[in-house]
Each structure stands twice: as C-alpha cells, then as structure tokens.
Design a protein around this ligand. Sequence first.
Ligand SMILES: Cc1ncc(COP(=O)(O)O)c(C=O)c1O
Length: 418
Amino acid sequence: MAESRIANFGAGPSALPESVLHEAAQSLLNFNGTGIGIAEISHRSKEFDIYIKETANLIREQLDVPSTHEILFMQGGGTGQFSAVVLNLLARHRLLHPDLPEQDRVLDYVLTGSWSKAAYTEATRLANGATVRIAADSRAHSADGKSFNGLPPHSAYAFSSDPALIYYCENETVSGTQFAGTEGTPASFPFHLLPKNPTSGLLPLVGDYSSSFMSRPIPRLADHAIIYAGAQKNLGPAGVTIIIVRQDCIVDVDAAYRIGGAPIPISLAYKPYADNDSMPNTPSVLAIYVSGLVLKRNKGLGGVSYYEEFNKRKQEKVYDVLREGDAKGVLKPKVREGEGSWMNIVFGVIGEGAEARFLAGAEKRGMKGLKGHRSVGGIRVSLYNSVTEEWTDQLVAYIREFIEVESKTPATAPVTEA
Ligand SMILES: Cc1ncc(COP(=O)(O)O)c(C=O)c1O
C-alpha cells in the first residue's frame, strides 16, 4: 500500500510522515495497550490525560515556550482564532481600562496576504465599537498597488501607542510571503518598532503561525501574547488548533461582560481551556494523538533546529530552479526576491496552456497538490516538514526538464508526453 502513495505538495491538509501513519493505524485498533482504539477512547481516560499533557510538553520543549505561557488545544481552526483573539484581547483590554471610550480601544492589523486580510475582516465584524486599524499593508508597496506580492518595508509600519491587539500572519499560505526567521533583516517582522506598554512592558502581539508552526524556531516567542496554528499543515490532521497564550491574556471574559464587554461564546474563551487542561469539553482526540506522534518523531530528529536546516535546503532548491525558469522566460515568480515563503512557493507558468501542461506532467510523475489557490491561480509548491528531500529533488528535476522543453519549443512539445 505504501508503494502507491504519491509525492504530496498540497497546502493543507498535507503530507504526514509514513512511520506516524503506520503507528496511528495500529492505535486505531488499540491505543497504548488499552484494548480500545484512539478514535474510541474517552478523553477522560487516564491514558489520554497523560498523552495530552505529554503532547503539550513536547511543544513547550521544542519551541522553548517559557512558563509565562500556556499551551492549549482547541477546535475551530485558524478561522476560530480570527474571532477568539479579538474577543479575548478586547475583554482583557476592558478589564485593564474599564472607562476608556470604545473607539479608543484599538486593534492594529498588519496585512500581508489573504489570511491576514480575512483576520482583519473578522475583527471589523466583532470590534463592537473598538477601532480596527491597518498598521501596514503590503499591497501599497506592490507595483500595481493591489497585489500581496511582498512584505511592507519597516518604514511603512505605524503602530498605535497602546493597542488591545497587534496582529500579523507569519506565513501567508496563499500569496506565499513569509517574514524572515532571523531578526534585523528587511524581511523580518519589525519587533523593534512595537509599542511596549509603558507600565507592564507587555505586548498584545498575536502571530498566526498556521502554515509554518514547528518548521523553524519562532523569533521572539516570549514577546507574543498569542501564537496559534491549526495542526493540518506541519503537525497533524485537521481538527485541533494549538494556542500558545501568555497568562495575562487568559482573562475572565464574564467579568469583562459584566462591565459592558461583548458576550463571548464559551468555546472561544481561553480561560476554560487553560483551567481544564484543554478539556472543558471533548477535544479532538484523534488529531491530538497524531500530532503527538509527529512531535515525538520531530524530537528524535532534533526538533525545530533540525527542521530549520531541512526546510532551508528544500526551499533553496525550489527557488533556484524558479530563478532558472524566470531567466528562460518559462516561469514567473509571484513574490519579490527575499520575501518568499519557505513553506509555500508560488509562481506562474508562462504561455498558452503551459500551466495545465505543468500540472499534468507533474501528476504523471506522481506529484500532486501543486495547483495554486483558487483565488490566485498559478502553481503553489508547499514544502511542509513532512515533504521529503527526495520528493523535493524529484520536483526540482521535473521543473528543470519542463523549463528545457518549454524554452525550446514553447507551444508544440508538451513535457507530459516525455
Ligand atoms: C495562515 C492561515 N491562517 C488561517 C487559516 C485558516 O485556517 P482554518 O482553515 O483552520 O480555519 C489558514 C488556512 O489554510 C492559513 O493558511
């Protein structure tokens, strides 16, 4: 059966390590010798209770999460967190500043692609009188003034002085831009420009790490109020969302409601999850289980520093061949040099029918999931942790072959027939 598996470059849900899938298959029948399968066992069982705590610890250890922050497992995905971060941080702000006029509660959003734009749109729905601002918008720095094809320059950021929330998306899965993993470079997130609260020194900084979680270390993790990620790209199956939240952001949302805040659905409030080891209700047992297996495997390999090296190599190979294709007039990068994602590389294929030929040729060679997001078209190569170097080499060899054929006889020699 394993032989019939193909190279999966899908953007998510995405590939998982084969060894993990084998182990999970066994556990579907019998989890940890209990005689009950992992999809059947009670989340209140002793065995699962131990497992979920171990899984949180694996994240803590590998990302070096300080004791100031809790690790929660919730449901609702990244989209649920678009709402949750607004509701919980507005409640926190109200408890800190009960008498502030509503419009003086400010939410700052950095827009770098369709996901941060979606988060911003949700904030405008839920703001309840608070002001939702754009602190920087990468479209303003594109040639046509409307494309998310790069990152804003540091000089373009204008943060509010004491916002309730500052939001950014570290890796834009659709437009293919990503903040650099090293600080102090033009493509890094401008941490040095953030307004620290004059009394507490704490930042209400929220990072959407949905499509880059565990792929390399997180810069300034301890300075974040909230980091979240759906599991379904780098970690496990869809159904569980990981939230790393600083303790001062786990607030009593009912207390905020009593002094005029919006009512908050209990499934989106962080406190019940923090108070009950992520189990105020039934969690995604199976998704947490598989994510735990992936995390154990990651640890054995060397954790995020291992993946940083591994993912760096893979993306370099793809960007190199993309540059070759660009020089030969066959491929067109969609993101400015140096601002592209390690996880999702997006480009166009030039010429009548060329994109379809590219995709058909890839599929014929056992490589799938390369079609760009429906909103932007083109090609998207997702290189998550479980995409092997062999798959990457296979794809790069195919792209090189495609460039050769297309650059010689663009319209007449489809590489699919090679
Ligand atoms: C960066 C980013 N944020 C948020 C989301 C939304 O996540 P979900 O589909 O889990 O709601 C996605 C989905 O792909 C994403 O890539």
